[in-house]
Design a protein around this ligand. Structure first.
Ligand code: ADP
Ligand code: MG
Length: 728
């Protein structure tokens, strides 16, 4: 068997990574030792490596069972892109020709192939079983293993046959991997695969690199989204909408604003869908506007933002969808637009369904609403929902932690709630408790239970009503109360809650955020300043795209974003230096590195960049893309207000950008626009003023020219013309 002593070296050699993520090393060792293994790891956690690395180290070929053909081709490309030799990874599925299959078989028999990806349907075919009987199998990996269970969110009946087929081919260790599994699903998987004794590795579902933010949904939502995308130009992103109609509409709006976007939903034919998916992978398209139908099959590691246009139906869905951002550990902004109206709409849609289903649906919705409205750390709430405790005071990467609200003392309120829960025998849900605390006699349930006759009824009616939801939610997170599992939602007292009732102590909470109807809040996104050379980065990206196109593989197979960013920061110019970059293996450096090093070297020479060792760092403003677009727009004589709209910025901000452009020495001719919007004599007078003035100060100019006569915009426009003509 393989040389396991120095796994870190092997990791660097094959994958170019410096260290294992999470449990990866323990998982790899467990599999190398020949044990069955069960891996629960969130999306982006790095599950693939858990079987890919062992397969390269072990004798024989590993069989990887994976549900989606698109996903397979992708992974095979990634593996083959990493190694110097051909045929290390292959896949067999119904799309391959006879000739292609023969090639795969030949490579396997020649011991070249370490990984063979198959869909369960293909694995079960007699001819494949017969062939594989003659092959030495190192182990079986079952990816997306939750497909085995009806209780999972993506049941695939063929997954049921995996165990019998393995029996026919010949047994070997089994590793099952999934990103979603409740207890029920977990037992199903183990039973069906016959690995009840498998060692289980469950990692935290925390995704520290994901930034969570909830915004008030207002009429200006489209504009906000456009602006956000423009500020993140060139990055890949997904916008989720609940309806197909909205998907179509929004995608059109984005395209009209010169954003490379495409719609994706189950109503489109499969050829269109797979084309769109390919275009997204190859970065012909930056933004996919999609219903939830999009995502499962997509393995793009560098999705930089996920926007929810509508609130998702459950937190499971929210977690899965936001989880598609930043799988490579890099930036991943998750922005959700929320209004209570949407929630009510969703509840209405459920009305035709069976009562029990409605009840579950409504509870899932309430969880989502609680998450959205709360001012508690998003991460803490999300992890609490998945049964995990997050202890950090401030996660530093969600809106609530970046803009913390003042805490208020809620000791008395909590005491009231706990006493009420006890008084109604721990048999009711949060909304009932709140109605009871506030003394609502119009709640018929309360009357029919005769609960209005209890002493505690209305015991909190003098207090601020908006307090009760946050008190209950935060008491859940802190562990004073819990929700019953059997009868989901019934509030129960915990031991800590009972202790609190005897000995009340301080209980500091944050009040919920108020989401009003249409409050026009257009907060700017924060965009952390980058410390890299954007000009070089964009040339590196172009080079990568060009090579990718030639080789017909997605760009990130060559180098991932994070690698390019590091290159544009530390300027490596030899293959050795290149390997110090994250994600660059020896094989990769040899295969693709030369052209990149040459480009970097040339760039350094031309711009007289001094490389201090390989650690040179430059700080540059990041707005250059907007500027380029503005210059292009003006060259094409597009009206300035249209340019502002297209860039998703206010007119004043556009003027500021243009001023920066002309002041830094670029000539711009905006006469076409001035003539359109201003009188000639106005132009002349302002122009004259600047010709004769000693300063270009705006206030001075307005004072001199007269604010009633001339608007600030006019003065600024003519000043731009003046600077551009005179100084440049
Ligand atoms: P999952 O299948 O769990 O969703 P993947 O296997 O697709 O996740 O991995 C997600 C990303 O993490 C990929 O871009 C992969 O290259 C990267 N990755 C995996 N392991 C490591 C590691 N040890 N160091 C750095 N990046 C890693
Ligand atoms: Mg995966």
């Amino acid at each position: 068997m393989a040389k396991v002593e120095n796994l870190n070296q092997q990791l660097k050699r094959y994958f170019g990574f410096d260290k294992f993520k999470g449990d990866q090393e323990a998982i790899v060792r467990n599999l190398l030792a020949g044990n069955d293994t069960f891996v629960l790891m969130p999306t982006g956690g790095g599950k693939s490596l858990c079987y890919q690395l062992p397969s390269l180290l072990m004798d024989g070929t590993a069989i990887v069972i994976s549900p989606l053909i698109a996903l397979m081709k992708n992974q095979v490309d990634v593996i083959n892109g990493m190694s110097e030799e051909e045929g290390v990874a292959h896949y067999i599925n119904s799309s391959l020709s006879k000739v292609a299959i023969d090639q795969v078989k030949a490579d396997i028999l020649a011991h070249k192939t370490k990984l063979l990806y198959v869909a369960p349907e293909s694995l079960n075919k007699d001819e494949n079983v017969e062939f594989l009987k003659s092959v030495k199998i190192s182990f079986y990996a079952i990816d997306e293993a939750h497909c085995i269970s009806e209780w999972g969110h993506d049941f695939r009946p063929e997954y049921r046959n995996i165990r019998p087929t393995i029996q026919r081919i010949g047994t070997a260790p089994i590793i099952a991997l999934t990103a979603t599994a409740t207890d029920k699903v977990r037992t199903d998987i183990k039973k069906s695969l016959g690995i009840v004794d498998a060692k289980e590795f469950k990692s935290s579902f925390n995704r520290p690199n994901l930034y969570y933010e909830i915004r008030q949904k207002t009429k200006g939502i489209d504009k906000q989204i456009i602006r956000f995308i423009k500020q993140n130009a060139g990055k890949s992103g997904i916008v989720y909408c609940l309806s197909r109609k909205k998907v179509e509409e929004l995608s059109e709006v984005l395209c009209a604003n010169e954003i490379k976007a495409a719609p994706y939903h189950a109503g489109l034919d499969s050829a269109t869908r797979s084309q769109t998916q390919d275009n997204f992978l190859t970065e012909e398209i930056d933004v996919i506007v999609a219903t939830i139908a999009f995502g499962m099959g997509i393995d793009k590691p560098d999705v930089r933002f996920v926007i929810h246009y509508d609130i998702p139906k459950s937190l499971e869905g929210y977690y899965q969808e936001t989880g598609r951002a930043g799988r490579d550990g890099g930036e991943g902004k998750c922005i959700t637009f929320y209004t209570y109206k949407d929630l009510q709409k969703l509840e209405k849609f459920m009305e035709g369904k069976p009562v029990s289903e409605q009840d579950i649906g409504r509870q899932l919705l309430q969880e989502t609403a609680a998450y959205a409205e709360s001012s508690v750390c998003r991460r803490k709430m999300l992890l609490h929902y998945f049964g995990e405790t997050y202890d950090q005071e401030n996660c530093g990467n969600c809106d609530n932690c970046l803009h913390p609200k003042e805490k208020i003392e809620a000791k008395d309120a909590l005491l009231i709630v706990l006493k009420v829960i006890a008084a109604v025998k721990e048999n009711f849900r949060a909304d009932y408790i709140i109605d009871f605390v506030t003394g609502r006699e119009d709640n018929e349930d309360i009357i029919s239970h005769k609960h209005h006759e209890l002493d505690e009824f209305g015991s909190g009616e003098d207090m601020d009503e908006s307090l009760w939801n946050p008190v209950i939610r935060q008491a859940l997170i802190t562990g004073y109360i819990k929700k019953d599992v059997e009868n989901y939602g019934l509030l129960k007292l915990t031991a800590a809650g009972k202790r609190f009732m005897k000995n009340p102590e301080s209980f500091m909470i944050v009040k919920d955020t108020e989401f009003n109807a249409d409050d026009d809040d257009d907060d700017e996104m924060e965009g952390g300043g980058s410390v890299l050379d954007p000009a070089l980065l964009s040339m590196l990206r172009d080079l990568r795209k060009e090579i990718a196109r030639k080789k017909e593989i997605p760009p990130y197979v060559i180098f991932q974003d994070i690698s390019l960013e590091q290159m544009a920061t530390i300027y490596p110019i030899t293959l050795e230096e290149l390997q110090t970059i994250q994600g660059v293996s020896e094989g990769k450096a040899k295969r693709y590195g030369k052209e990149f090093c040459e480009l970097i070297k040339k760039h350094c020479e031309e711009n007289e960049i001094e490389r201090k060792g390989v650690m040179r760092v430059r700080t540059v403003a990041k707005k250059s893309i907007i500027k380029v677009n503005i210059i292009k727009g003006i060259d094409r004589q597009i009206a300035l207000d249209d340019i502002a709209t297209a860039q998703g910025i206010e007119f004043e901000d556009l003027l500021t950008e243009i001023e920066a452009i002309v002041y830094s020495g670029t000539k711009l001719n905006i006469d076409y626009f001035l003539e359109e919007v201003m009188d000639d004599d106005h132009i002349d007078e302002i122009y004259d003023y600047f010709s004769n003035s000693e300063s270009d100060n705006l206030e001075d100019a307005l004072a001199e020219l007269g604010e009633d006569e001339y608007s600030e915009d006019e003065v600024r426009l003519v000043r731009i013309k003046f600077i551009s003509e005179m100084a440049n």
